[in-house]
Design a protein around this ligand. Structure first.
Ligand SMILES: [Zn+2]
Length: 445
């Protein structure tokens, strides 16, 4: 009989086939065998998992702003990957902006990689940026291993990462088409936002009306058209408005290569419940009404939305301007890398979804978007990345116990269900601070 490095014996196990019990044999950091619990597998080390936990694949979070170097006081590789590990996330992909330099050419990508080197507890990959003037850099960045290219269609919040004009979309997408690159888009239309009432003050509903649904619909319409014309793959980041869902569903039925993600905060929070002055709830696009949230859930169920990822975007507490609670002045961004799984699971379970669904949205979906063939699933040959999750254990969010650098969170004090007991990367439990994460390249892992 073969002896594996490690065998995990799970009363509950989520594989691509659904939930069952089973043994997982790990050899050389990969999943080498999956068998029924009875009969079992032989291992140099055998881990018996209790009745109260489920063995899930490690989650893949394709939307994380690490901000190092340049704004490391907002978040850095050590703290972000520590938060990921604590949250059952074994792969993160870093966004190209908010760090300085932004990842818009190969030299900047090298700066990022150097900064990340030796600091990461989990695996880390990088998105590139598509900004005015860097069309000629895209192919080089692609060859250097970025997973795709992010663009904005309105001011990004930082001057060193300017937006594309909608009329630029076709040209950039033509270039990407040349090497089957992926464009990922912050989809809010600048003109629509300019025409909306401007936002200042403490009222959340004023902030909400400054970022109307129409701005998202307009931008998404433009992206779909460009994807339709060019045949290039496009991905809608942090979809907030349910108004755009029918358009997305129709485009996909027509064979347009467009996918979409949403985030835990859009699925759980509601505009009606955001207290005035509570700028920890500010993000762009904004958290919308409860009725909107219900339609997002429906689209997760029917597959119009592919993934749920954090858009973990922290900043220093001063920038949230909690002293005056002004939504116009506060930095937008919600930090939830560590809390995504329990936040989504608590709400998903209440709605009758299973852990298999959650794994589809938070592990398989993002891995497919990224083309990570050995991540996001428990299957033969996949990386032995696991999250050991106690789905019935309750806790209350205490920001003091979070691991990211600036633990301000809109989930402060929120009762949640589901505790990550341990996280495993390539067959080893992530315990302590020894950074074993690898820097991933597209197609490489
Ligand atoms: Zn983001």
């Amino acid at each position: 009989m073969i002896e594996y490095d490690t065998v995990l014996r799970a009363r509950r196990l989520v594989t691509a086939a659904g939930e069952d019990s089973g043994c997982v044999g790990v050899a050389g950091g990969r999943i080498a065998a999956i068998s029924p619990l009875e009969g079992g597998l032989d291992g140099r080390r055998v881990i018996e998992l209790g009745e109260d936990v489920v063995l899930l694949p490690g989650l893949v979070d394709s939307h994380v702003h690490v901000n190092e170097p340049g704004r490391t006081e907002w978040e850095g590789f050590a703290t972000a990957t520590r938060a990921a590990a604590a949250g059952g996330v074994t792969t993160i992909i870093d966004m190209p902006l908010n760090s300085i330099p932004p990842t818009v050419d190969v030299a900047a990508l090298e700066v990022k990689r150097k900064a990340a080197e030796g600091q990461c507890l989990v695996d880390v990959g990088f998105w590139g940026g598509a900004v005015p003037g860097n069309r000629g850099e895209l192919h080089g960045l692609h060859d250097a291993g970025v997973f795709g290219f992010k663009c904005f269609l309105l001011h990004s919040g930082v001057d060193e990462f300017p937006p594309l004009h909608p009329s630029d979309l076709d040209g950039y997408m033509e270039t990407l088409r040349g090497f089957d690159g992926l464009l990922i888009v912050h989809a809010e239309d600048a003109a629509a936002i300019d025409q909306a009432p401007s936002c200042h003050g403490r009222r959340y509903l004023d902030f909400l009306s400054s970022r109307p649904r129409a701005a998202e619909s307009l931008a998404i319409g433009q992206i779909i058209q460009a994807a339709r014309r060019t045949g290039t793959r496009a991905h809608i980041l942090h979809l907030s408005s349910s108004d755009a869902l029918p358009m997305l569903a129709r485009a996909r039925r027509d064979g347009v290569r467009v996918t979409a993600e949403t985030c835990p905060h859009y699925l759980v929070l509601a505009a009606e419940e955001v207290p005035d002055g509570a700028t920890q709830f500010k993000c762009c696009p904004p958290v919308r009404e409860a009725s909107n949230r219900e339609l997002l859930w429906r689209s997760l169920a029917d597959g119009t939305i592919d993934c749920v990822v954090s858009d973990h975007s922290p900043c220093t507490p001063e920038l949230k301007r909690l002293d005056i609670g002004d939504f116009g002045l506060a930095w937008g961004g919600i930090a939830s890398l560590e809390l995504g799984l329990p936040v989504v699971w608590t709400e998903a379970r209440r709605r009758g979804f299973s852990l298999t669904d959650v794994v589809r949205w938070m592990a398989e979906g993002p891995a497919r978007l990224l083309g990570l063939q050995h991540k996001g699933r428990i299957g033969l040959g996949d990386d032995a990345d696991f999250c050991v999750f106690a789905p019935d254990e309750a806790f209350v969010v205490d920001p003091e116990r979070l691991h990211h650098k600036n633990p301000l969170t809109p989930y402060d004090g929120r009762p949640l269900l589901g505790v990550v007991r341990s996280t495993w990367l390539r067959g080893e439990e992530l315990a302590g601070e020894r950074p074993r994460g690898q820097l991933l390249t597209r197609g490489g892992a």
